[in-house]
Ligand binder design. Structure first.
Ligand code: F0G
Length: 356
């Protein structure tokens, strides 16, 4: 039998080079991010009927969130520019990714996180990768303002999605979906926090469409958490509240670009409640074997809401981006689940619990 001759995945900068900003080979900083599975849903037909539903599972990136797609590009550029340190404000995933890519590049990373507002797994990543982790009693929005000022005054590259290279890298998610399906989905659902990702996906789809690689464009469907829904409300939220800590953001940096994606595509930016988010989070884990973090499930909660409203229907192809892995936030998983059954080491006790 011959060994398979499949090429090894080279990370999003090299795989999509024609669509990425030019960089010198020697500065490319990659952990071979991207190439994540597009998992077809089989077990939610009672909810979605004959809609073709797929999950782009971004939790399977190197630091277990979609941020790695943009971080490879942002850190590579910072390195090429001769910058020795990066900084970000973060609800957790950006900090984990920045810390890992900075470590890979031999650069310093400073990450500012809102006190008590970041899931445990994410903090552990940033610490393990050697970032200077600064926990502040402030909102993400306040921290982003500080980070922007540091970037203006000191030789430290900002790697939040206000950095345009982040968007360039992240648009690769749309490329992969287009290549997997052979076309764009009818609808693309995703959670909206700082609004970089919806901006990036729309840019990616448009670039593939204008280059003739795909013939259609999706409607972009962004979902915020009800207590952190500035775009839906039409004004910033000073004290955002949601269990989905990753999207606990009251004044998104890419607000205007997200509205443009919505309007150009004929899509929607709407809100879902924490209950709807947790319901979707549990549902996709229990029914499909896909464990995403709570914020990620805002996309599925949004799709359920739009199905109930009759917006999406049989025959549509619907992709939900599941932005981060469930293991990022084990505390939330345990809080919303039935605890393990305690038993003694007796055969009879065990089989009794098993229902035999
Ligand atoms: N889902 C997850 C798991 C996230 O971590 C984020 C953002 C989003 C969705 C929203 O994406 O900001 O592009 O609209 N997390 C950022 C962070 C803010 O700091 O990790 P967005």
């Amino acid at each position: 039998m011959e060994l398979s001759k499949k090429g090894l995945w080279r990370g999003v900068i090299r795989e999509f080079r024609d669509f990425m900003p030019a960089v010198k080979e020697e500065y490319i900083t990659t952990l071979l991010e991207g190439n994540t599975p597009l998992v077809e849903s089989f077990n939610m037909k009672d909810i979605f009927g004959e809609i073709r539903l797929l999950f782009k599972f971004e939790g399977l990136n190197p630091t277990c969130s979609f941020k790695d797609r943009g971080m490879t590009m942002a850190v590579t550029m910072a390195r090429q520019d001769g910058t020795e340190a990066v900084i970000c404000a973060s609800t957790g995933n950006t900090s984990a990714s920045a810390a890992a890519y900075a470590a890979r590049a031999g650069m310093r990373a400073y990450v500012l996180i809102p006190e008590g507002g970041v899931a445990l797994g994410k903090v552990s990543q940033a610490i393990m990768h050697g970032a200077v982790v600064i926990e502040v009693a402030a909102t993400f929005d306040e921290l982003l303002a500080i980070v922007k000022e540091v970037n203006l005054k000191y030789p430290v590259a900002i790697v939040n999605s206000v950095n345009p290279y982040r968007i360039e890298g992240q648009k690769s998610g749309a490329f992969e979906i287009a290549e997997h399906l052979g076309h764009a989905p009818t609808y693309h659902f995703l959670p909206v926090g700082n609004a970089g990702n919806i901006t990036a996906y729309w840019k990616g789809y448009k670039e593939y469409e204008s280059n003739g690689i795909i013939a259609n464009l999706p409607k972009m469907m962004g979902f915020q958490a009800e207590g952190a829904a500035p775009i839906v409300l039409g004004h910033p939220v000073a004290d955002p509240q949601t269990l989905a800590t990753a999207i606990k953001i009251g004044n998104p940096a890419s607000w205007a670009a997200a509205e443009k994606a919505r309007d150009e595509s004929g899509g929607v930016i709407d809100a879902v409640s924490d209950d709807e988010i947790i319901n979707a989070y549990k549902l996709v884990a229990a029914r499909e074997g896909v464990f995403c973090e709570p914020a990620s499930a805002a996309s599925i909660a949004g799709a359920i809401k739009m199905k109930e409203a009759g917006v999406i229907s049989d025959g549509d192809t619907v992709v939900c981006t599941l932005t981060g892995h469930g293991l990022k936030d084990p505390d939330r998983a345990i809080t919303v689940s039935t605890p393990p059954v305690k038993a003694g080491a007796e055969f009879s006790d065990i089989v009794k619990i098993m229902g035999f």
